[in-house]
Design a protein around this ligand. Structure first.
Ligand code: AMP
Length: 303
């Protein structure tokens, strides 16, 4: 089944203890759509400036990602500048230049309004609400956000949270959004607002997945080489939602959500092995399947 994503497409300038890059391609919708395209047909809604590389757009399109919702506007592409210290779990923002996103009004192609799976990627909550108002009866809507929007648009963001099924968010943001340190209690508070599930990304500590009466904990894959954690969260979300969308029309069970969490974790573990989307875009189905089975042996035990 099809999967719709709205989110940022960006130039990222990143410094990590392992190197530095200037204006490489990034953005929540970019990472998400590449990751999800391994599983399901993806429809992308975003905006870039005329400075965005044609090569990247062609590459997305050649993966079958439907770009009818991508606007190429006069002006510069969104730019994020950030750095990581040895604690690769926390991204520090140096600059956020919204550029063409400032005046962006998303307009869903009419035939996309019935898309069953919707991911509201990290972007202005105003745009996330715009998309929500345009889709009809989606099966699952998931949401991601970050500190920038929690600080800038808390009211609008709460409105979005109230109207989604799944929150896919990192641990610092869960705490910031709720004012509660304990992640289990914070998730309960969020579920009381509307979402039925909260999927907490915890960087190298993996993922905590909470729903009514269930908690599932998945580790992150212990890698020897991590270059750049940028995009890990969005790649996780792409694998997670992509897997759910690939399940077809039947009712989703707890098992599907757990497997989706493992597929998301597998995909994210590749993203961090290189800067930008370099590693993420070069995977085979075997690579993904092998990593999922490595996860199985990593966590298997008997009593
Ligand atoms: P993550 O997957 O959480 O590491 O997100 C990484 C991506 O988020 C980067 O490629 C950035 O371009 C993008 N990003 C950073 N700040 C923002 C923002 N305020 N709004 C939307 N996207 C952002």
């Amino acid at each position: 089944m099809s999967l719709l994503v709205v989110g940022s497409m960006a130039f990222d300038s990143i410094k990590s203890p392992f190197g530095e890059v200037e204006k490489v391609v990034g953005g929540s919708a970019t990472y998400f759509s590449i990751a999800a395209s391994y599983f399901a047909p993806v429809r992308l809604v975003s905006v870039v400036g005329r400075d965005f590389p044609r090569r990247t757009i062609d590459k997305l399109s050649s993966r079958g990602i439907d770009l009818r919702g991508l606007k190429i506007a006069d002006g510069e592409t969104f730019h994020w500048k950030g750095y990581y210290e040895y604690d690769l779990n926390t991204a520090h923002t140096v600059r956020t230049d919204l550029n063409v996103f400032r005046d962006f009004v998303p307009d869903l192609p009419a035939e996309w309004r019935d898309t069953p799976y919707v991911f509201l990627g990290n972007i202005d909550p105003r745009l996330q609400l715009d998309i929500l108002a345009q889709v009809r009866n989606p099966r699952i809507v998931a949401l991601d956000t970050m500190n920038f929007w929690i600080e800038k648009s808390p009211q609008l963001l709460r409105e979005v949270v109230r109207n989604v099924d799944v929150l896919v968010i990192n641990e610092a943001e869960v705490r910031q959004l709720t004012g509660e340190f304990n992640l289990v209690r914070a998730s309960r508070m969020l579920m009381d607002m509307g979402p039925k599930r909260v999927v907490i990304k915890r960087g190298e500590y993996g993922v905590l997945h909470l729903s009514d009466g269930e908690i599932f904990a998945a580790p992150a894959y212990p890698l020897e080489t991590i270059f750049d954690p940028t995009g890990a969260g969005d790649s996780f979300a792409g694998g997670f939602m992509g897997y759910l969308a690939s399940r077809g029309t039947r009712e989703l069970a707890e098992r599907d959500y757990r497997l989706a969490t493992m597929y998301g974790s597998a995909i994210a573990s590749f993203t961090v092995e290189a800067f930008s989307t370099e590693r993420l875009e070069a995977l085979s189905r075997d690579d993904i399947a092998m990593r999922v089975s490595s996860f199985r042996s990593l966590t298997e035990f008997r009593v």
